[in-house]
Design a protein around this ligand. Structure first.
Ligand code: TTP
Ligand code: MG
Length: 359
């Protein structure tokens, strides 16, 4: 099997996210040890730490730790409750920036995402420039720092983003993957927890490098079919695509043009044609929609989406066309367009006349 090392993937992870947002909101908290989580109630509190600022991590406080233990480690730390809605709003702004930089985009949690930037950048040097641009745009707009890993696949990009934190930028080119992973502890590989670690230790395997070199037959009794995968990962081989998680509740089509277009009439015509395709998918699935999203990618790969949610459900082609065209009008006259897409969401299954009632 041939494995791909021709992609350039970024993993972006915000630094001490909840605590950093709190420090941004209240300047008095900056530079101080802040713990976001359950109320410590003078050491008697139940519940856990959501996250701790880097200043608080110096005392050994970590995400998931009982809040009572955190309090013992640092009674004078500043303890704050979780304000999830605030962080979710900030997250949305950040994801919007990240999505606009990627050819393929996948948000994996409230504060991290993968970006496939292959094609948008020609090489790792350009990828580094793009990563710096992302960091400075996030900082300018949201006053928050992030850490970025750049690598030929998701696995290595993820390990790289955590390699130097906070405010890190770690680049692992294809030819450096093996060397980068070799000395790292096994727990850096997602899926290897304390139990697997123990089993591997008995086999004399302590680092990712040991695992990469090991004979798969040795692992089979312990890990079964997963053994092959494990060795692949240790070698830094990972062909998983970066993808917007399939929302089964949406129907979409997109088109990349043979050549970039800036002629308005042609763009409008393309929107109408895509609308027709989406409409026929919609009919096939027997759905009604309430939200129309237009996706546009310019010739420099900058990508935007804009949505409109209607007050009631529809299923007709005219509505799709009209809404999509009005969304398109926001983007006209800017730059040449490389791709257009339409997605329908907020779907509802068409009510079938039940056989009972029919009879
Ligand atoms: P992480 O990215 O794992 O952690 P972090 O952003 O706080 O710190 P780092 O600089 O190491 O990336 O998680 C993102 C947010 O998710 C975190 O700010 C709080 C929340 N979270 C929890 O609520 N509980 C948990 O156990 C973890 C790990 C995270
Ligand atoms: Mg984070």
């Amino acid at each position: 099997m041939k494995h791909r090392s021709d992609r350039i993937i970024m993993h972006v992870d915000m630094d001490s996210f909840f605590a950093a947002v709190e420090q941004r909101e209240n300047p008095e908290l900056r530079g101080k040890p802040v713990v976001v989580g359950a109320d410590p109630k003078g050491g008697k509190g139940r519940g856990v730490v959501s996250t701790a600022s880097y200043e608080a991590r110096k005392y050994g406080i970590r995400s998931g730790m009982p809040i009572s233990k955190a309090y013992k480690l640092c009674p004078h730390c500043i303890y704050l409750p979780v304000r999830y809605e605030l962080y979710a709003r900030v997250s949305e702004n950040i994801m919007k920036i990240l999505r606009s930089k990627a050819v393929k985009f996948q948000q994996v949690s409230i504060d991290e995402a993968y970006l496939d930037v292959t094609g948008r950048v020609k090489n790792y040097e350009e990828a580094i420039e793009l990563a710096k641009e992302i960091k400075s745009e996030i900082y300018k707009k949201e006053k928050l720092t992030c850490s970025i890993g750049i690598a030929p696949n998701k696995l290595v990009a993820k390990i790289a983003s955590g390699y130097k934190k906070p405010d890190g930028l770690t680049v692992v080119k294809p030819e450096d993957v093996e060397k980068f992973l070799e000395l790292l502890p096994l727990r850096k590989i997602p899926g290897i927890g304390p139990k697997s670690k123990e089993a591997l230790k008995k086999l004399g395997i302590e680092t990712i490098g040991d695992l990469a070199k090991c004979d798969v037959q040795k692992l089979i009794p312990y890990f079964g079919r997963w053994s092959y995968e494990l060795i692949m990962l240790a070698k830094g081989i990972d062909d998983r695509e970066v993808g917007e998680r399939r929302d089964v509740k949406s129907i979409g089509r997109e088109r990349t043009f043979q050549e970039d277009i800036d002629d308005e009439e042609r763009l409008k015509k393309a929107v109408e044609e895509i609308a027709e395709l989406v409409h026929s998918d919609l009919k096939e699935e027997e759905y009604l929609f309430r939200t129309v999203t237009l996706k546009i990618r310019f010739s420099d790969f900058e990508t935007h989406t804009k949505s409109k949610t209607l007050t009631s459900h529809h299923d007709d082609l005219e509505t799709i066309k009209n809404v999509a065209l009005s969304l398109l009008s926001h983007f006209l006259g800017k730059k040449k367009v490389r791709l257009l897409g339409i997605r329908l969401s907020n779907l509802k299954k068409k009510q079938r006349v039940s056989l009972d009632r029919f009879l």
